[in-house]
Design a protein around this ligand. Structure first.
Ligand SMILES: [Zn+2]
Length: 270
């Protein structure tokens, strides 16, 4: 499932083929993904020049010279294909650029989304209204997390997955960052000290930056032979490693809360 680093990697992969390009064809091939695709997306994007690409949480942003912002979410299975040899059943949006590139947004399970808003109104896009800061942003610091979780008795892991506290963190990165910071996933949010929160913030940024760097290096391999922007596998320290040795020698444990697995080391994480 695409997480923040994969979305960042995807945006980086799209930038060289889309930025500065006029879109000569914009063709949604169905009416909806997870929710309806705006009926005016085709008309607003066709003929527009892409001025920049960006990311907010796990949403990709494509801005045009008309002041519009196309917003895509990759859901569970979405990916962009660059210059695919053939269009497939699950290619739900086609783009063509003036320089002759063709792009397809492919999403077999259709948990993704496609929207278009005025760029100036981006903060009022419904999923963004209550969204917390970007984990890689300068305002995401230990002090912020301390205040945002004040008096909260919920486990820190649950709080970190709450998009209102911090945007776009998924299960894998939360498990890995908590391990790196030595904090138990079950620790009550309100009881964690400022220094420990600063360690946690540093760990979150390190884990994400490492994943983005790994994605960037795998991107080259992905784009050239297959034309697809893919996701990279990584050797995690705890995620998916139940029963295997942690670097401290103890065994990695797993617990399941409301269907979601948490991997952790009870020796390293308090
Ligand atoms: Zn350990």
């Amino acid at each position: 499932m695409p997480e923040l680093p994969e979305v960042e990697t995807t945006v980086a992969g799209l930038r060289p083929v889309l930025e500065g390009q006029r879109l000569t064809l914009v063709e949604p091939r169905r009416a909806d993904l997870r929710w309806p695709i705006p009926v005016d997306l085709r008309q607003r994007m066709t003929g527009a020049v892409v001025t920049s690409l960006g990311r907010r949480a796990k949403y990709g942003l494509v801005e045009t010279d008309r002041g519009d912002m196309m917003i895509f979410h990759l859901g569970m299975s979405g990916r962009w294909r660059i210059d695919p040899e053939e269009i497939e059943k699950h290619d739900h949006l086609l783009l063509e650029t003036e320089s002759g590139h063709r792009l397809a947004l492919n999403d077999p399970r259709r948990f993704g989304s496609l929207d278009i808003v005025r760029a100036a109104d981006l903060a009022n896009y419904r999923p963004f209204i209550l969204m917390g800061p970007e984990p890689l942003g300068d305002d995401f610091i230990g002090e912020y997390l301390k205040i945002a979780t004040r008096d909260r008795k919920a486990p820190i892991k649950q709080l970190l997955l709450d998009q209102r506290i911090v945007a776009g963190l998924g299960n894998i990165y939360v498990c890995e960052a908590l391990h790196m910071a030595g904090i138990s996933p079950q620790a009550k949010g309100g009881a964690i000290s400022r220094p420990r929160y600063q360690r946690l913030v540093d760990a979150i940024k390190r884990v994400l930056i490492a994943a983005i760097a790994a994605g960037g290096s795998s991107l080259r391999d992905f784009v050239q032979p297959s034309g697809e922007l893919g996701y990279f596998a990584k050797d995690w320290l705890v995620y998916g490693r139940e029963g295997q040795a942690c670097q401290c020698g103890a065994l990695v444990q797993r617990r399941v809360d409301s269907g979601r697995s948490t991997f952790y080391c009870s020796r390293c994480q308090k």
